[in-house]
Design a protein. Structure first.
Ligand code: ADP
Length: 460
């Protein structure tokens, strides 16, 4: 697809294999284009991509089934590499992070390696590694079988029960008292078995009271640069749907410094020396940062790129892609996060109920709102939202930019009032459109035309 001009020297452009990124979520593709990096896109197995509709940075499409056949996918990547070498492999999709790390390691390309990727992704190993490094870790217990639930009864309640390998808050559930524990453990086990296909164990950990924050960082050669700290709400459970993301968070200087220190140290403890990270943490007691997770990837399927670049003016994803291609040359500046150039926000429209969607009010009007850059819509009238804890996906994201965080807050209060999902009374007869089982339509309704795409569960 690249055009060759005879007689004109073609500058050497690095090529990266990008695994499982939806083309309907544009940010990382745009960054690659700006950075002069070509992409070989590995679409999700359920996604139909038409070559005409691909973002300009995509020069080739490679079909791999990373989850069902990782060995076959590794072989196919090696063959592609031997035929036409590429400089790196990346993903924004959390379950594919260990695959990508292993592929890069085997091909001698930049990356964090399989062990580090698996350790960061497995919440049991992550907690153990953070604790061994003396970082803040809530009391936790690993359960290899639901019948072992009593092992967790000694923890200080409330507790949170979650799969060791979860993402998108799948199955994550609060248990208020030891009397609730068995029921919650059974329910989480069942939900994960049906939605993830297998359960490799659960983690039960003490509930961290206090507001939640997301931190976007870049690591390179072991140096860590924190770009933004954003507010993620104060979800109380029992289930934890994603809600708001507003950056830069307004925090007392000493708390911000504690977050920075904890997150930097966590990179070291987990061995994440290179690439982007997306960290989620809560301030226990309102002051002390405790990590919930650290993903060795750009967060939110690219939403983190929108937020971090909107706040700092730095092309976060372009830097991350350069690190993955081995072409990042400048050392990372350490120190406090860069001075914000503005505020950026993501509002995840809550389902607000279950059943068949009859109408979604208040989204179309945002098309002309100057604060809004994108409305990414995943659910549509006719789709069926199943009741929690069965996760159907999020209806839509609204991505916006503002002069400061106060304006972002005010805008989110407006969205809370103005967006409403209506459901029909009928119960699902099994005949209708099921939002997760089918190939959904994804559209960016504001600022862009509707695009063909597929379902998108949420900011993984
Ligand atoms: P996932 O990887 O599935 O997103 P997380 O561990 O990040 O799982 O949990 C999802 C959400 O559940 C978090 O963003 C947070 O709101 C809530 N949560 C998880 N663990 C705890 C905890 N120990 N205390 C308080 N809230 C928690």
């Amino acid at each position: 697809m690249t055009t060759h001009h005879p007689g004109r020297a073609r500058p050497t452009r690095p090529t990266l294999v990008l695994v499982y990124q939806r083309t309907s979520l544009p940010w990382v593709f745009e960054s690659a284009e700006r950075a002069g990096i070509d992409l070989v896109l590995v679409p999700r197995p359920d996604e139909t991509v038409s070559r005409d509709g691909l973002p300009p940075a995509v020069v080739d499409v490679l079909r791999l089934d990373v989850e069902a056949d990782p060995a076959g996918a590794l072989d196919a990547l090696r063959r592609r590499y031997e035929e036409r070498p590429f400089q790196g492999v990346v993903t924004l999709y959390d379950p594919a992070v260990p695959f990508v790390a292993e592929a890069a390691e085997r091909l001698g390309l930049p990356g964090i390696g399989r062990d580090v990727a698996l350790g960061a992704q497995d919440k049991r190993v992550m907690r153990e590694r953070l604790a061994a490094a003396g970082l803040n870790v809530p009391g936790f217990v690993r359960l290899d079988h639901p019948d072992d639930w009593e092992k967790a009864a000694r923890l200080a309640f409330p507790v949170v029960v979650k799969p060791a390998h979860g993402f998108s808050s799948l199955g994550v559930t609060k248990a208020e008292s030891p009397g609730d524990l068995k029921g919650v453990v059974d329910e989480v086990w069942r939900t994960c078995a049906s939605k993830l296909g297998r359960v490799d164990g659960l983690v039960v950990e003490e509930y961290l009271d206090g507001p939640e924050f997301a931190v976007e960082s870049l690591a390179h050669g072991g140096d860590v640069r924190i770009l933004t700290i954003g507010y993620k709400g104060d979800p109380q459970g029992p289930h934890f749907e994603e809600g708001v993301y507003r950056a830069p968070a307004s925090l007392p200087a000493d708390v911000e410094e504690d977050i920075r220190r904890e997150v930097t140290a966590a990179h070291r403890a987990l061995g994440i020396t290179d690439g982007p990270t997306h960290t989620e943490l809560r301030l226990r007691g309102g002051v002390t940062p405790y990590l919930l997770e650290m993903g060795a990837r750009i967060g939110g399927s690219g939403v983190s790129q929108y937020i971090a670049s909107g706040v700092t003016g730095i092309d976060f994803a372009a830097q991350a892609l350069r690190i993955a291609a081995g072409t990042a040359t400048e050392p990372l500046a350490s120190g406090p996060p860069p001075e914000p150039v503005g505020a950026a926000a993501n509002y995840i429209v809550p389902c607000g109920g279950s059943g068949r969607i009859s109408a979604i009010r208040g989204l179309a009007e945002l098309r002309d709102d100057p604060r809004v850059d994108h409305v990414v819509q995943m659910l549509f009238p006719g789709d069926v939202v199943r009741p929690y804890p069965d996760f159907t996906g999020y209806p839509a994201f609204v991505l916006s930019r503002h002069a400061d965080i106060a304006e972002a807050e005010e805008f989110h209060r407006f969205l809370e009032r103005s967006i409403r999902i209506e459901f029909t009374d009928e119960t699902d007869d099994g005949q209708g459109t099921d939002a997760t089982a089918r190939t959904a339509r994804t559209a960016r309704t504001a600022k862009t035309d509707r695009t063909d795409g597929t379902d998108h569960g949420g900011p993984e």
